[in-house]
Design a protein around this ligand. Structure first.
Ligand code: ADP
Ligand code: ASP
Ligand code: MG
Length: 442
């Protein structure tokens, strides 16, 4: 029997209307059961994090006001769906728990990553419970199966434990169950709640797809698939009908928010079909991501990606390799994303994005030790299978930037992408220009 996992992002479950649309898709796609992963309602995760920040600085009234606004919004959506009474028994203890967590943070004047993960779980669980009723499925807590390490804020999956725990889920789903579960959350070996990093529900869906031996994972979002560039900077960006896993991996690694950076590896290991589609327009074009690359003419660039907020650490040649390696290790261990670690006889450059409080602290300590540390950079990547056969094409495209300042090339082992550093402030000019010359005019 073919098994599918569907994932709906925050905007796809952000309102009663969106949830109704998602329910229609679930019924079309999963007539004989399957697994649905849903994110927190749009804006909820940010609101909970703001409430935690307010509580941590001792401002409990602000924290509780944010939490109240969140409750009001949830009640509004559930009422519009006629489901408030159905969800109330599960929702009330969740809101109480959030109150307790915020009060605890305010009393201590301290917020740990562990405490924040516990608070964030409330948003995801509220939404999965509501969606389960709305889709006429049953809620199952993802923490039964999503086993992770204890790196709170950016936990890594424990694949073997996940696979073992998912075996009974597979049996039930094959027998026709329709289960709805949370994205983004996991549980460490002690059973304590963890999260997979912002935007991590995509990764929840693909990890579950892998563990369950699914044939297809569908990511339902608010755009017509993976586009040739971020539509907020490039309104004329078009959907990419088919792309290779390598292209999708590079695109997400270099910042395209449509897929979480860790979400492609499970498909690479397990070989399921990965589809990205638009909840607002289910019949519109969509992207199919295939393990084997579709043929592309030499030099073809499929998409442009970027990530702002990059910090550069410059190590003098005299330092050797060990200090930059050690810095990269401790930053990554604290949850930072590494965009480059490049060494030449003239010194070593490390490009990172802190991502977590812990990583920002490590960065602060490194800067305080006298190391040259710059902020205000962005990484830009050109991605396409065409680079495999014509890698030099990327340099020709780079030349189209003319007088724009380029801070350095970030070469890695990827044969389908080339990345470079630009000042963050120039992104709004650079991305449309590259898209026009490298993707659109071809
Ligand atoms: P969800 O809530 O469904 O997870 P996200 O906001 O995380 O949705 O991701 C979808 C958004 O990603 C789109 O609305 C779009 O603004 C942004 N995005 C950035 N780059 C791309 C790209 N190359 N293709 C599609 N969307 C992109
Ligand atoms: N709700 C989480 C976030 O906003 C996870 C996700 O949406 O993927 O980061
Ligand atoms: Mg997302």
């Amino acid at each position: 029997m073919s098994l599918k996992v569907l994932k709906f992002g925050g905007s796809s479950v952000g309102s009663a209307e969106a949830l109704r649309r998602a329910a229609a898709i679930v019924h079309d796609e999963l007539p004989a059961g399957g697994l649905v992963v849903v994110s927190a309602l749009r804006g909820t995760t940010d609101r909970i994090l703001d409430a935690c920040a307010a509580a941590t600085r001792g401002d409990l009234p602000v924290a509780l006001a944010l939490r109240q606004a969140m409750e009001d919004r949830h009640h509004e959506v559930a009422t519009e769906l006629g489901l408030l009474e159905a969800v109330r028994p599960t929702w009330n203890p969740l809101f109480d728990r959030l109150d307790q967590l915020l009060t605890g943070m305010a009393m201590l004047g301290e917020g740990t990553a562990r405490g924040r993960d516990a608070a964030l779980a409330v948003g995801e669980t509220l939404s999965a419970n509501l969606a389960a009723h709305c889709f006429q499925g049953s809620f199952r807590d993802v923490r039964e199966v999503m086993k992770t390490d204890a790196r709170f804020g950016k936990a890594r999956p424990l694949l073997e434990a996940l696979r073992t725990a998912a075996a009974p889920w597979r049996v039930a789903l094959e027998e026709g169950a329709l289960w709805v579960t949370q994205g983004f959350l996991g549980a460490d070996p002690d059973g304590t709640t963890t999260t997979l990093g912002r935007g991590g529900s995509d990764t929840s869906a693909t990890l579950l797809g892998e563990a369950l031996g699914a044939d297809e994972v569908q990511i339902w979002t608010d755009v017509d698939g993976v586009l040739t560039a971020d539509p907020s900077l490039v309104p004329e960006a078009r959907p990419i009908p088919q792309m290779s896993l390598g292209e999708a991996e590079a695109l997400s690694a270099f910042g395209a928010k449509v897929l979480h950076a860790d979400s492609l590896a499970p498909g690479g290991r397990a070989g399921f079909r990965l589809v990205v589609a638009n909840t607002l327009r289910p019949g519109a074009s969509r992207t199919v991501i295939l393990p084997q690359p579709p043929p592309r003419p030499a030099g073809t660039i499929t998409s442009v990606a970027y990530k702002e907020g990059i910090h550069l650490l410059r190590f003098p040649a005299s330092a050797g390799l060990e200090p930059p390696l050690e810095a990269a290790r401790s930053l990554e261990e604290a949850g930072a994303l590494r965009f480059g670690l490049i060494s030449s006889p003239a010194g070593t450059l490390l490009a990172v994005r802190p991502e977590t409080h812990a990583a920002a602290e490590v960065l602060g300590t490194l800067a305080a030790s006298g190391l040259a540390c710059e902020s205000g950079w962005a990484v830009v990547a050109l991605v396409g299978e065409g680079l495999r056969t014509d890698p030099v094409a990327a340099l020709r495209y780079l030349a189209t930037l003319g007088q724009e300042p380029v801070g350095g090339l970030l070469t890695g082992s990827s044969t389908v992408s080339i990345a470079f550093l630009v000042p963050e402030a120039r992104l709004a000019e650079i991305i449309p220009r590259l898209h026009q010359h490298c993707v659109q005019e071809r």
